[in-house]
Design a protein around this ligand. Structure first.
Ligand code: B12
Ligand code: SF4
Length: 638
């Protein structure tokens, strides 16, 4: 089931509102003197190809964005803790400014849900008089907010509140809570009173529990789909989020201070940067267009250039990854951004001359942008992750064909941009086909020949909030367990075959490993040492620039030559992790009994909207609140 959209005309916040709410909060922040911890849940069992290293060397943009908004709203006593860097972090040990935080804000993706729940359970051990208000947000809650609550009276637990939207929703909530908060009262106390008075019901983007006992939800109230920030230029300065990062450590609590500016680059050499959001395509397995309520949103070119300059000048960060869903999807928008970055570089901006930018695009849109790829290179683009899925178009048609993909890859390579293919394996795709290039290996070969130095292969996997999600369960494709081992949420990342109608799904699991092994192996490493698939120089040299010294030019050529071999080493290292984690699963699929899960994952706790009607985030199968049932009865009677 896709997320519903708000009414047309009511999907975006009024222009200027995101800036205004921060300004309003700044006027009262000092009086409330809040301390907050923003914790990013991360399950280390998910570390493997194709994201290994990117998962720890790039501090996630979500928690940093929330942190930046908090700081800019005047709540400077905020610390961001990444479980990626602090695996032993426990909220009950956290002290900020010498006291227990007022707010514990947890960000979780679906695959990191278990770690999120462990943090909540730990926070709930704190004496209720001092316990922070526990709010969970991020991709897990956007689609499945009900999963962070508890209804078991024997083991009270769960979050106090879930945010199903972006950082604005949190600011909106804080404004409401601080309005009723009495002097010396805990934020949790203010929350309980605001909830009882119905003050949260006009804040779209929240799910909160109601019931007689704390930690035992009788009903979940869903205030509906959020309004989106339409103009991303209104987002807070990303530098602020970096300045409150907890340093990496094995400790359970917080250190005296955050990571120092000069150490940021070492801890997180790649910066993920919000540039655009949304996509016009409608791939059945993807929740992104519906989440964005079919809106394409963007920061302006000058704002992106300012962000990059500030991040580079403050932390010397050189590598940037756009968090775009599909950067080239709107050519005018993309051209506006690229032209500005190029212009700043030409005008002498040191940052623009140093940076290397990467992001995600599709084959179709890359071909449409063919004439502008030299501009993209001048603007700093050095690598593009391209959703080629299955080139034959059997799985999804979004303009990719064998010839088109080859052409797009060559165009990129010829323009000094590395093409990074993202493939999706599925039940109908064989490993190898002798004639037409339908097989996974045939396609990996074609991509390699077209200049790919990296490969991502994932199995198509049900993604909450996508059109195909429900039918994967109701059609009996999804697994509950294999060989006695349950499919757990940390496995829902495309690396494990956990939904298939193939009679021997272990073949699919081994196919994924075979494709990686075909692409990353010692023989190819040796070949890459002599004949790399692509040679792309990363440095900027603009027309009219003085020729760099010979030694620099030689160093640059050597680096470009050995980059491919370096990626082979990276791939083999990642593959060893992938093999250790997914091969045992292949054995279970091969020798054990597979049990299917036909019920769409849904809330066990009744859900309703504030008026008693159906909840926007309730998945089919969710029990209805008594008030919803009686409201429906009432309609019938009328
Ligand atoms: C960049 C990216 C990556 C990067 C970097 C991830 C990182 N750690 O930084 C890489 C390539 C490594 C990656 C990997 C994966 N990704 Co990814 N990725 C993205 C992408 C495109 C952008 C994420 C981002 O930075 N957005 C910008 C920030 C500002 O937005 P945000 O994170 O949503 O945060 C906002 C709100 O959610 C909210 N918020 C967030 N946390 C909190 C907490 C609180 C308390 C509150 C109140 C609010 C709040 O406020 C923020 C600011 O408004 C998203 C899609 C998207 N457009 O969001 C997918 C996405 C996050 N990825 C996804 C997935 C599934 C994966 C993978 C499993 C691979 C895959 N199969 O696609 C792996 C997982 C790797 C791992 N071990 O964790 C899914 C997650 C789905 C889910 N339900 O959990 C997403 C949403 C894409 C999708 N399918 O819709 N990914
Ligand atoms: S092109 Fe990519 S972002 Fe767009 S709908 Fe398809 S998978 Fe999602």
């Amino acid at each position: 089931m896709e997320l519903p959209a708000r009414e047309k005309g009511d999907r975006l916040l009024p222009a200027g509102e995101l800036r205004d709410i921060r300004r309003r909060l700044r006027t009262i922040a000092a009086r409330h003197d809040l301390t907050s911890v923003i914790a990013c849940a991360f399950d280390h069992r998910t570390r493997m190809l194709p994201f290994i290293l990117a998962d720890t060397k790039m501090a996630p943009a979500g928690v940093r964005a929330v942190g930046s908004e908090m700081v800019d709203a005047g709540f400077e006593k905020t610390r961001i803790v990444l479980q990626q860097w602090n695996p032993n972090f426990r909220p009950s040990f956290a002290r900020l400014d010498g006291r227990m935080p007022d707010l514990l804000l947890i960000s979780a993706m679906q695959m990191h849900w278990q770690r999120c729940m462990e943090m909540i359970a730990d926070a709930r051990r704190i004496d209720p008089a001092h316990r922070p208000l526990i709010i969970v947000g991020g991709p897990k809650c956007i689609y499945e907010p009900w999963d962070v609550f508890n209804a078991d009276p024997d083991r009270p637990g769960g979050a106090d509140l879930a945010v199903t939207g972006e950082a604005y929703v949190l600011l909106n909530l804080l404004e409401a809570l601080l309005e009723v908060r009495g002097s010396g009262e805990s934020v949790r106390g203010a929350f309980a009173r605001a909830r009882a008075a119905g003050m949260l019901d006009d804040i779209p983007g929240l799910v909160y529990p109601v019931g007689a006992t704390d930690g035992v939800a009788e009903d979940l109230v869903d205030t509906g789909i959020q309004r989106l920030a339409g103009d991303l230029d209104e987002l807070a300065d990303p530098v602020a989020g970096y300045r409150i990062l907890q340093p990496p450590s094995n400790g359970r609590g917080l250190s005296a201070g955050p990571v120092q500016d000069r150490r940021i680059r070492r801890a997180t050499p790649v910066s993920s940067l919000v540039m655009t959001q949304g996509c016009k395509f409608g791939c059945g397995y993807c929740p992104i267009p519906a989440y964005n309520q079919r809106q394409l949103r963007a920061k302006s070119g000058p704002r992106i250039a300012d962000d990059i300059e500030r991040l580079h000048n403050t932390f010397k960060i050189q590598y940037f990854f756009g968090t775009d869903d599909n950067f080239f999807n709107d050519p005018d928008r993309a051209l506006g951004i690229l032209t500005e970055l190029d212009k700043r570089g030409a005008a002498g901006s040191r940052a623009m001359r140093k940076i290397r930018l990467a992001t995600e695009v599709t084959v179709h849109d890359t071909l449409k942008m063919a004439d502008h790829l030299p501009l993209a290179r001048r603007a700093g683009v050095r690598a593009l992750w391209i959703g080629v899925e299955d080139i034959s178009g059997t799985l999804v048609k979004k303009g990719q064909t064998g010839g088109g993909t080859e052409r797009a890859f060559r165009l990129l390579r010829d323009n000094g941009i590395l093409p990074m293919p993202m493939m999706m394996h599925h039940d109908d795709q064989p490993l190898y086909t002798p004639v037409r290039p339908r097989g996974l290996l045939n396609q990996a070969r074609l991509l390699r020949k077209s200049g790919a130095i990296n490969l991502q292969v994932l199995m198509i996997t049900p993604s909450p909030g996508s059109k195909l999600f429900d039918s994967t369960f109701t059609d009996g494709l999804a697994y509950a367990s294999a060989g006695g081992a349950k499919v757990e949420q940390y496995m829902i990342d495309g690396n494990y075959v956990m939904a298939s109608r193939h009679p021997r799904p272990w073949i699919k699991q081994l196919n994924l490993l075979a494709a990686y092994l075909y692409f990353f192996n010692p023989l190819r490493f040796l070949a890459a040492l002599f004949r790399p698939a692509a040679r792309v120089e990363l440095n900027h040299i603009r027309r009219g620039d003085p020729r760099p010294p010979l030694i620099k030019r030689i160093r640059e050529k050597i680096r470009a030559h050995f980059f491919d071999a370096g990626m082979q080493v990276y791939g083999m290292y990642g593959l060893s992790h992938t093999f250790q984690r997914t091969f045992p699963w292949a054995l279970r699929l091969m020798s054990g009994r597979i049990q299917r899960k036909r019920e769409v994952p849904h809330s066990q706790i009744p859900m309703r909207n504030p008026h008693g009607g159906p909840a926007d985030h309730a998945v089919p199968g969710t029990p209805q609140s008594e008030s919803t049932v009686s409201a429906a009865d009432g309609v019938g009677e009328g």
